[in-house]
Write a protein that binds this ligand. Structure first.
Ligand SMILES: O=C1O[C@H](COP(=O)(O)O)[C@@H](O)[C@H](O)[C@H]1O
Length: 223
């Protein structure tokens, strides 16, 4: 794992967006196309603002979330809603979106269809992940019902229910995240830095982020 510390969060977001853009360009140059997975939550909005304004062949990029909350896009909890507001504007509006949500009461009902839509775009060219202070990443939470499957299974997606998550989730598996060509994690603040340090000494069952740290670049700023 490489740890990059920035002077402030604003600089970090700009540098990170530039890095993601150059990795997408390199993937497009090599393969004629690229796939990108990005997190939801409260952290990545500013990365999306900068990335969306960067010129590249966005029509050759397929974008998916690392995980989704099983709520409609109109919900303020929807990670898709965040992407539509902050990423798919400007140049990035030309990218192709692969949703992890479809209208159904339970993620299990749509799992096969969603996995089939992702399959042609794997392995991922680039993945950006977030991390919670409880050491979850994507929606792979400590104490979750499908934790073992998401950490060790061969599947692409897993439904997930966890004490730390107010609604059902769907998440890319650790295998899909680890198979990505480039893997970045973005975190802000002292609490998350301490959580990351703690996670390095724990098993993934206790600290799921530990399962995807090897080979990843962690981007951190105090605030
Ligand atoms: O619920 C989620 O949490 C994590 C971390 O979110 P943050 O608000 O602490 O940045 C996020 O990476 C994930 O995509 C999201 O669904």
């Amino acid at each position: 794992m490489e740890f990059v510390e920035y002077a402030d969060a604003e600089m970090m977001m700009i540098d990170l967006a530039d890095k993601l853009a150059s990795e997408l360009r390199a993937a497009i140059a090599a393969d004629g196309r690229a796939s990108l997975a990005v997190p939801g939550g409260t952290t990545p909005g500013p990365v999306f603002d900068t990335l969306s304004a960067i010129s590249l062949d966005w029509d050759k990029v397929h974008v998916m979330l690392t995980d989704e909350r099983w709520v409609p896009e109109t919900s303020e909890r929807s990670n898709t809603g965040l992407l539509k507001r902050r990423l798919f504007t400007g140049h990035a509006a030309a990218a192709h979106y692969l949703p992890l949500y479809a209208e159904a009461e339970r993620p299990e009902e749509k799992l096969d269809d969603l996995e089939q839509s992702l399959a042609p775009h794997l392995p991922l060219s680039v993945v950006l992940l977030g991390m919670g202070a409880d050491m979850h990443t994507a929606s792979i939470f400590p104490g979750a019902d499908r934790l073992e499957d998401a950490l060790r299974g061969d599947g692409v997606l897993y439904p997930m229910r966890a004490p730390g998550a107010p609604e059902p989730r769907i998440t890319l598996s650790a295998k899909v995240l680890n198979d990505a060509m480039r893997r970045h994690i973005v975190i802000i603040g002292a609490e998350k830095r301490a959580a990351l340090e703690k996670a390095q000494g724990l098993d993934p069952e206790e600290a799921p982020v530990a399962a995807i740290l090897k080979g990843a670049t962690v981007h951190w700023a105090e605030g």
